[in-house]
Design a protein around this ligand. Structure first.
Ligand SMILES: [Zn+2]
Length: 285
């Protein structure tokens, strides 16, 4: 039998749950430290406390045709992302991109978790624990639903220009925060073109992947490179890094856009092969 009391209790609990989720996404990105971590754990504890007062309640009929029961369990955590996807907006200004990424009525709606302007301003558009619409049809290694597994960061950039120092500096600070928060693997900082080689070209060859790698976000080639042995299989190496090989030409271009950056021809020349031979063991897990 339905009664109003369980529902008001349910609403109260859901409200606290939502508040807890929002609080756990600290809008002040910089002061993440042991105290902040402790605050997060405290918030999670508070979220779970609510469930102690829950009693199983019967929910009304819906499209399932039958009523079903809700018996919430306090044994949960917030799901953590394990990839960071870097994008460039390919628009003319941060304001324009902000409008695009927050427009609820535009056909083909898109979003990302963060947008970083050229002056270093960081906008958080979607909380980390929510699934933003930034990766699209894509694949990285065994992961096919990249949106569910990743945090997306858009950089204000037309795609035909270098990324200013101030913007990269802000990105590095944000990546540091995310790495601390989610214990991300060094290999798991990649570009949109890496996960969607047939559809995307961002970020461009101007993106300083070497600077990111030097700070511990992704890998870069060593300064001394050696030629691979005759039994080296380049496509196996690309697959080990994470590339989708359903279109090998596109995968080669995506690899070169990220790790070579001097030319984007769909051919693994001798330099590209040396880079590939150097890079792929770093991604072997
Ligand atoms: Zn993109």
């Amino acid at each position: 039998m339905k009664s109003r009391k369980p529902f008001s209790r349910l609403w109260c609990c859901l409200r606290w749950l939502l508040v807890g989720i929002w609080l756990s996404c600290n809008p002040h990105l910089y002061p993440l430290n042991p105290a902040t971590r402790a605050a997060y754990r405290h918030q999670l504890k508070e979220m779970r406390k609510v469930y102690r007062h829950f009693v199983p309640i019967q929910l009304p009929m819906d499209s399932l045709q039958q009523a079903f029961w809700m018996a919430p369990s306090p044994n949960f955590n917030i799901r953590y992302p394990n990839l960071v996807i870097i994008h460039q907006t390919e628009e003319q200004s941060c304001a324009q991109s902000l409008a695009t990424l927050t427009n609820a009525f535009r056909a083909g709606r898109v979003s990302s978790h963060y947008l970083i302007c050229k002056d270093g301003t960081i906008f958080q558009l979607v909380p980390d624990v929510y699934r933003a619409w930034q990766a699209g049809v894509s694949r990285w290694g065994p992961i096919r639903d990249v949106n569910s597994a990743s945090i997306g960061i858009e950089l204000d950039n037309t795609g035909h220009e270098p990324f200013p120092d101030t913007q990269i500096h802000a990105l590095l600070i944000l990546l540091h925060v995310l790495q601390q928060r989610y214990h991300l693997d060094t290999a798991n900082f990649i570009g949109h073109a890496d996960i969607a080689p047939t559809r995307k070209q961002d970020p461009s060859i101007y993106f300083p992947w070497d600077r990111l790698a030097a700070a511990g976000f992704g890998y870069w080639r060593d300064s001394v490179l050696v030629s691979p042995p005759p039994d080296f299989h380049p496509l196996d190496a690309l697959r080990i890094i994470g590339y989708d090989l359903s279109d090998t030409t596109a995968a080669i271009v995506a690899f070169k856009r990220h790790f070579v950056q001097t030319d984007l021809s769909p051919v693994l020349d001798s330099f590209s092969l040396k880079v590939l031979y150097d890079i792929y063991p770093k991604y072997r897990r």
